[in-house]
Design a protein around this ligand. Structure first.
Ligand SMILES: Cc1cc2nc3c(=O)[nH]c(=O)nc-3n(C[C@H](O)[C@H](O)[C@H](O)COP(=O)(O)OP(=O)(O)OC[C@H]3O[C@@H](n4cnc5c(N)ncnc54)[C@H](O)[C@@H]3O)c2cc1C
Length: 417
């Protein structure tokens, strides 16, 4: 084939990270065959570059890939330690390596074309989509699933980041309880604006991921993450002399009520964080990506267009905007907010709420468990802000911050603990 002729396929995955890997696995699982598929990404993702934690029912095709799962998790505040029984759900840990491997296997079976190039532009004429790549002939596709990181279509009313660093710790004695994970531990020093917490995900009695996370407007320096993480390790009563840091994990995830457009043109669908799969109030993304990958594959298997349902119902995006606003304006304290949610609701309801799969009646119960006055004030503030936005000319969209694009706090890249 001449190098000036675009590769011609039925479906192109632009971006081959988490969302695309789950789509490839789902196409394979649903027996989609005979579809010409291409993945276009300058990087072929392999190995452990992130750890996904999520909850769900046991028994999915992910079970054999999990590093660990827990029926019990703890939520800790300075005032209380709550042990949550999650049944029928469970909290699970999935490292990226097995997900990328599963996608690579699916790629082979589906005979997928790999184009190792950055996509410059996507042009949809309503009939076919032309994907222009840097220095190559590009790809022409019937449908495009685009998961390249991008900012929201316009800045949100609240623009926070979830940013974190984790250490994989190996201990020389049994110091972790492998039957129980720590979901959120708010005994970390709280930032002036934002929320911080630590968490602990044990895979055995001697090996665990310990993370320090902030929901706030700005990143820390590398030394700042290390200091916060060392402080949390000490808070857990772990002796650094008996531990070795085996791996370091960094990440930045957008937490904003700015809109992520899921269907920018007739034959282009955005998936993953770029398509709005990141829950603004928590940064959790994995379950929505998995759900949408399954919907895409089912649709294609049935000969329908690969268009999933929105990642979250619009009422959830509105509730998230209100919660983010209340947290950002300081009218609700983060530890108090999450503590009340878990104190006044069955854990399963809260977790399904955070995944966007509750009914309106359950959502009313969840929202009623938060402190009412600040939430009413935040709701009114959000409505006023929306109105002002509608009346005002559009602000320009900022470029995607390098940190979010790469999933790494830039200040943290050069620092090893
Ligand atoms: C370290 C880390 C840990 C996380 N942990 C959790 C968790 O525990 N639970 C949870 O729910 N969520 C978590 N997330 C959030 C979310 O699940 C992940 O970010 C997930 O990988 C998002 O998938 P994605 O496909 O949207 O983006 P990515 O996986 O980042 O994939 C985007 C792809 O686009 C490619 N790309 C970029 N530019 C171009 C271009 N111009 N042309 C073509 N391709 C391009 C990139 O190379 C990349 O492969 C985490 C995120 C990070 C960074």
């Amino acid at each position: 084939m001449s190098s000036s002729v675009p590769v011609d396929v039925d479906l192109a995955l632009v971006g081959g990270g988490g969302a695309a890997s789950l789509v490839l696995a789902a196409l394979d699982r649903h027996g989609v065959r005979g579809l010409r598929v291409a993945v276009v990404d300058p990087v072929h993702r392999r190995g452990q570059d992130r750890t996904w934690a999520f909850w769900g029912h046991p028994g999915s095709d992910l079970d054999p890939l999990l590093s660990a799962s827990w029926r019990q998790v703890e939520v800790v505040t300075p005032a209380a330690r709550r042990v949550l029984e999650l049944a029928p759900l469970r909290y699970a840990m999935l490292r990226s390596g097995p997900v990328y491997d599963q996608a690579a296997e699916a790629e082979k079976r589906l005979d997928v074309a790999r184009v190792l190039a950055a996509v410059d532009a996507v042009h949809d004429d309503g009939d076919r989509v032309l994907i222009r790549t840097a220095g190559g002939p590009g790809v022409r596709a019937g449908w495009v699933l685009d998961s390249r990181p991008r900012p929201p279509a316009r800045p949100g009313r609240t623009n926070w980041l979830q940013h974190f660093r984790g250490w994989w710790l190996a201990a020389d004695t049994a110091v972790f309880d492998p039957d129980r994970a720590v979901l959120m531990d708010f005994r970390t020093p709280q930032p002036a604006r934002g929320v911080s917490f630590g968490y602990l995900l044990p895979v055995s009695d001697r090996y665990a991921l310990v993370e320090y996370t902030e929901f706030s407007p700005a990143l820390l320096t590398g030394a700042g993450y290390d200091a916060a993480l060392a402080g949390y390790r000490d808070r857990l009563g772990l002796d650094p002399a008996r531990l070795a840091v085996r791996e370091v994990e960094n990440g930045v995830i957008p937490m904003t009520d700015g809109p992520f457009v899921a269907r920018p043109s007739p034959r282009v669908v955005r998936l993953g964080t770029a398509g709005g799969a990141t829950r603004p109030s928590t940064g959790f993304t994995f379950s929505a990506m998995y759900r949408q990958a399954d919907q895409v594959a089912r649709a294609l298997a049935a000969g329908r267009p690969p268009v999933p349902a929105p990642a979250y119902p619009s009422r959830h995006r509105w509730m998230d905007a209100v919660a983010l606003r209340a947290l950002d304006r300081g009218s609700v304290g983060g530890p108090e907010f999450f503590d009340r949610l878990f104190d006044r609701n069955p854990p399963e309801r809260v977790l399904r709420f955070l995944d966007g799969t509750t009914t309106p009646a359950e959502e009313f119960a969840v929202m009623s468990s938060t402190r009412l006055l600040p939430m009413v004030a935040a709701t009114a503030g959000d409505a006023a802000h929306r109105l002002r936005d509608r009346l005002r000319p559009r602000r320009p969209v900022p470029p995607v911050p390098a940190a979010v694009r790469d999933g790494l706090p830039p200040a943290a890249q050069d620092v090893e603990p």
